[in-house]
Design a protein around this ligand. Structure first.
Ligand code: SF4
Length: 445
């Protein structure tokens, strides 16, 4: 259990030196207990006290890193029940399951198809992270399938077996990819705990209820294993949903360290078709599955889940942005039109989509406005004429085009004069106010 403020206070130097930024050690202790301060802010904590306090200052749901390479990810590390309280930090990882008796040819075909499911949105590459390999009963085939996935694809792995020897062989074959071992149960907790401790790999823990998870996680943390992922075993929709809420509440509201770990959910074991699985996965992305395992990936199932995940795991207090710079749309050349807008991701997304739809190759300049849309940025002075002019000068677009004409958003018409002053030799044209009018505007140029 987490320490209380008073318990923490007893471990502090009690000099009230104020170097941590608050007037007293007691105030610092209270802040630490409520997660509002970092232990490192006090330079005078002894090593012995630091070890004890590390638990109090650890996140209520421990973060766990899984995988290697471009699709590695972290789950857990969450601090709030509701997204609007602060933000959710680590997006739900999405997996598809294969059995280890799949033919090599079929496995490679699946991996190639799944690898192609990558979607560019607001400057991000949206894609799934994991393949779960389920042991079909042959230890050699299990290890071989895991090895093929680990060596020939970007996907990271969940190794699913209750056969300890098969798991050891698979870990030997694919352990370099930092897979999740699934799962330590009542019968395998000692063996899988020892394996996780020896290899440093993350370990899932499965029981037949939330309560039954507690002795297992206590045993594993007692062995020094902290990289745990919880499966309360429920496969009935109502119970599975309740279990997710119970675990999250216990970790955040009751400071229950035995349940302070991310969770794994299995829509693939709760439905008989992919449509229902997709609905269940959508529910678990919202509340509170850290990993969700499907029976397959198809574009019509995966894409909405990836978009939902993108929305839920963005910080509601900070607008999404794209990087400032020059964006080429449709292979523009020196005679192509040059437009400018702000770096609010939605603005970029809509404007670039309309330009693309117009089939007129264009240069789109994106100016950093801290994620504000055109009108808001203009009102806040972040899309002012002189700043826009300076940005156009320094971004290097003048070297790419012959015709020095800059098209600005219609809502920013009032900054024309200031831009002209900053950019002598350029013609400043006021474009349409609304992005959907861009195609007709560009074609009429
Ligand atoms: Fe106390 Fe440490 Fe803060 Fe100084 S820096 S007031 S010793 S908690």
């Amino acid at each position: 259990m987490a320490l209380t403020g008073i318990q923490i206070f007893k471990l502090l130097p009690k000099t009230n030196c104020k170097e941590c930024g608050v007037p007293t050690c007691l105030a610092f202790a209270m802040n630490l207990a409520s997660g509002k301060a970092e232990l490192d802010s006090c330079p005078y904590v002894s090593d012995e006290a630091r070890a004890q306090l590390a638990e109090a200052s650890a996140p209520p749901i421990l973060p766990v890193q899984i995988g290697k390479g471009v699709r590695k990810f972290t789950v857990g590390g969450e601090t709030v029940l509701y997204r609007h309280e602060k933000t959710f930090y680590n997006p739900t990882a999405i997996a598809a399951k294969v059995r280890s008796d799949i033919k090599e040819k079929d496995l490679k075909a699946k991996l190639a198809a799944w690898n192609a499911f990558q979607y560019e949105r607001v400057g991000l590459n949206l894609r799934p992270e994991l393949v779960a390999v389920e042991d079909a009963g042959d230890a050699k085939a299990f290890a071989k399938t895991a090895k093929i996935i680990a060596e020939t694809s970007e996907f990271n792995l969940i190794l699913m077996s209750q056969n300890v020897d098969a798991m050891k062989a698979a870990v030997e074959a694919a352990g370099f990819k930092n897979p999740l071992i699934y799962a330590a149960t009542q019968t395998t907790v000692d063996a899988y705990g020892a394996l996780a401790k020896e290899t440093g790999l993350p370990l899932a823990v499965k029981a037949d209820s939330v309560a039954a998870l507690i002795p297992l996680t206590d045993k594993l943390t007692g062995m020094g294993i902290k990289k745990l992922v919880l499966d309360p075993g429920s496969r009935d929709v109502k119970q599975a949903f309740e279990d997710q809420l119970t675990i999250r509440r216990a970790a955040l509201k009751a400071s229950n360290r035995s349940l302070g770990f991310p969770t794994i959910t299995f829509p693939c074991e709760m439905a008989s078709n992919l449509d229902v699985e997709t609905m269940l996965a959508a529910m678990f992305i919202a509340k509170y599955g850290a990993i969700t395992v499907m029976s397959d990936f198809t574009t019509e199932s995966l894409f909405p889940l990836l978009l939902e995940r993108l929305n839920i795991f963005t910080d509601p207090q900070r607008p999404m942005t794209v990087t400032e710079g020059i964006y080429e749309i449709g292979n523009p050349d020196e005679n192509s039109p040059v437009m400018i807008t702000t770096n609010f991701a939605l603005t970029y997304f809509i404007v670039s989509g309309e330009i693309e739809g117009s089939k007129v190759p264009s240069w789109l300049l994106i100016k950093d406005t801290e994620g504000l849309s055109v009108m808001t940025a203009w009102a806040a002075g972040k899309f002012a004429g002189d700043e826009v002019g300076m940005f156009v000068k320094k971004c290097g677009i003048a070297d790419k085009v012959k015709k020095k004409e800059l098209i600005i958003p219609g809502y920013a018409a009032s900054i024309v004069g200031d831009i002209e002053e900053e950019l002598p030799g350029w013609t400043i044209t006021v474009g349409p106010r609304e992005a959907p009018h861009l195609p007709a505007f560009l074609k009429s140029q």
